[in-house]
Write a protein that binds this ligand. Structure first.
Ligand code: DGL
Length: 269
């Protein structure tokens, strides 16, 4: 088993998970981070469960070889398709955190008797996982979900805070499924970039729930419970992708707040 000085592994289908990695670095500045973006297989939202499971196992192998003490699945699609499998797979070697359970805990505590909306990829919405998990802890909450598959590629192409993004967002959010909600879960790690636009669509009357901060908090609690908080004040961060392109590197600034250097690490040679 690894120790407090070991790094935290974070992975996503691409660079959207950098929103979660960024929240982690703000809350836990002493921690070393190893990020893996599976850009060769993005988007995960349209893939089968079996394919996402196979990619996730390969990525877990990479992160375990690099000695990670915990793996954060910074992707809703992968959390819904591969969390249970990965938990078994890495059991003795590392802790594992997904992006869904911390949000379920937060919603269950704060939205009793309310109606909540959810937007995410087809994979996440079709899995029904938020409904399943939420009904186990608070069945007074009505959850209405809508797949919004255009949003992740739109954001990755840099289309947000403009006319096109306003129209696509408005089109999706005007759908009947999301009528009369008190809060909206952003069940995709790309969506924090359009949080403000979504809030404006609802004239700031609907609470917009983005998982990056609740996930970082859940990670901190897990590290504290397991006595795995890194006491050393100097940290390093490395960012790997399964398929490097300069445009992915340029987009890191959108998701991480600064451009980071991406290193290529193929999953299959
Ligand atoms: N970031 C992924 C998620 O949270 C969505 C992007 C994709 O479809 O790969 O689901």
């Amino acid at each position: 088993m690894n120790n407090a000085h070991s790094p935290i592994g974070v992975y996503d289908s691409g660079i959207g998970g950098l929103t979660v990695a960024h929240a982690i670095t703000r809350l836990l500045p002493n921690e070393d981070i190893i990020y893996f973006g599976d850009t060769a297989h993005l988007p995960y939202g349209d893939k089968s469960e079996a394919a996402i499971q196979a990619y996730s196992i390969k990525i877990a192998d990479v992160l375990l070889k690099k000695g990670c003490k915990v793996i954060v699945i910074a992707c809703n699609s992968a959390s819904s398709a591969a969390y249970e499998l990965l938990k078994e797979y890495v059991r003795k070697d590392a802790h594992i955190i997904n992006v869904i359970d911390p949000m379920i805990t937060y919603v269950a505590q704060h939205f009793t008797d309310k109606t909540i909306g959810l937007i995410g990829t087809k994979r996440t919405v079709m899995s029904g996982i938020y409904n399943q998990r939420l009904s186990l802890v608070n069945n007074s909450i009505a959850l209405k979900s809508l797949a919004t598959p255009l949003l992740a590629p739109m954001i990755e192409e840099g289309f947000f805070n403009n006319q096109i993004s306003h129209e696509i967002i408005a089109q999706y959010l005007s759908e009947g499924e999301l009528k009369d909600i008190n809060a909206l879960i952003l069940a995709c790690t790309h969506y924090p970039l359009i949080k403000k636009e979504i809030s404006q669509f609802y004239k700031n009357m609907v609470t917009i729930l983005d998982s990056s901060e609740v996930v970082a908090l859940a990670l901190k609690e897990r590290l504290e419970e397991s006595e795995l908080i890194n006491p050393q004040p100097i940290s390093t961060k490395r960012f790997f992708v399964s398929d490097y392109t300069p445009s992915f590197e340029a987009s890191t600034r959108l998701f991480f707040g600064e451009i980071v250097h991406l290193e290529q690490h193929r999953l299959w040679s």
